[in-house]
Each structure stands twice: as structure tokens, then as C-alpha cells.
Design a protein around this ligand. Structure first.
Ligand code: GDP
Ligand code: MG
Length: 170
């Protein structure tokens, strides 16, 4: 069993922290699969027979201020193409700070056919835990997610659960 998983999200949401948490010492970049030319391979996790290849899709968060519809359509198509062959997408967000760049990523994921798992990071910083639920409902209404998993990449909270959700799609 082998699968590609794209981790997408604007800068600073915790993508590198999550990768380090998932991969630990098991980082080995050896993939020569064609997908890797469109992505940056971040790491490979091997567990028994299963191999999960984590990739980063550079530029997915870059917003164009250009009102030109053709450019925007092109950017959307590029993102959709890049994510066409992955088995799953992890859309990483920071609950404590939602920005325009998050909106751009959410838009880029609109036509992506692969299952998208929403990982809500930095929940350790949430003062008001009860505020999480209505927020999750509002974002869940904007797109269909394969799963929604609140995590703390920094503390490792719920990261195993996130990996289990990913594994369902490999
Ligand atoms: P990236 O740009 O998406 O790769 O984000 P980084 O992994 O570099 O993280 C950006 C910042 O957020 C760093 O200062 C991390 O220590 C911090 N960070 C990442 N995950 C968490 C988390 O779960 N909780 C908290 N409190 N901080 C986090
Ligand atoms: Mg990073």
C-alpha cells in the first residue's frame, strides 16, 4: 500500500511542525514517482507494508490581486492539476487566525476530486474550546470534508487520529 498525501495551507499554519511530528526520525526522500515533479516531497513514512508520501504543493496560497478572470482561472486549474493524482489532501488551518490566504487555499481546493481532510491546528492555544464547534460547523458548510480533525502539531494532540483518517484513503 502506497499513497500520496498533499499537505496544503498558507505559511505559518504549522505544516513543517506537523511533518516533523508525523515523520519523527523516519524521513527519507527517495521517491522517483512522477507526482513528485509537481510537488515538493516533504517526507516518506513507512509502516510495515504501507508507505505514505507527504508532499507540499508550493504556491497554492498565493493570491492574485489581478481582477483578470483568466489569470484566476489559470491559477485554479494549476492547483487542481497538481492535486489531481494525490490520494488525499490535508488542508491545514490555524483556528486562532483565519486569513485571506486561507480563503485562497479553500477556493483552490474547490475542484479537487481527492478527499480533503480539514486539520484544525493549534487547538492548544484556544482559550474558549466551546467556540470551536460553531466555527467547525460554519467551515464544514462551505465544502464537503472527508473528515475534520482538531490537532496540536506542536504537542502531538490527535495527530495519530489524523494519520488514521489519511490512511483510510490510501
Ligand atoms: P509552516 O509555515 O506551515 O510550515 O508552519 P511552521 O511549522 O513553521 O509553524 C509556524 C509556527 O507555528 C511555529 O512557530 C510553530 O512552532 C507554531 N506551531 C505549529 N504548530 C503549532 C501548534 O499546534 N500549537 C502552537 N501553539 N503553535 C504551533
Ligand atoms: Mg514550513
Amino acid at each position: 500500500r502506497c499513497g500520496f498525501v498533499a499537505i496544503v495551507g498558507r505559511p505559518n499554519v504549522g505544516k513543517s511542525t506537523l511533518m516533523n511530528r508525523i515523520l519523527g526520525q523516519k524521513i527519507s526522500i527517495t521517491s522517483r514517482r512522477p507526482q513528485t515533479t509537481r510537488h515538493q516531497v516533504t517526507g516518506i513514512k513507512t509502516e510495515g507494508e504501507a508507505q505514505t508520501i507527504y508532499v507540499d504543493t508550493p504556491g497554492i496560497h498565493i493570491q492574485t490581486r489581478d481582477r483578470n478572470k483568466a489569470i484566476n482561472r489559470f491559477m485554479n486549474q494549476a492547483a487542481t492539476q497538481a492535486l489531481r493524482d494525490v490520494n488525499a489532501v490535508v488542508f491545514l488551518v490555524d483556528r486562532t487566525r483565519w486569513t485571506e490566504e486561507d480563503e485562497v487555499v479553500l477556493q483552490r481546493l474547490e475542484h479537487v476530486k481527492a478527499p480533503v481532510i480539514l486539520a484544525v491546528n493549534k487547538v492548544d492555544r484556544l482559550q474558549d474550546k466551546a467556540s470551536l464547534l460553531p466555527w467547525l460547523e460554519s467551515i464544514g458548510a462551505r465544502r464537503e470534508f472527508a473528515a475534520i480533525v482538531p490537532i496540536s502539531a506542536k504537542h502531538g494532540t490527535n495527530v495519530t487520529e489524523l494519520e488514521a483518517e489519511v490512511a483510510r484513503h490510501l
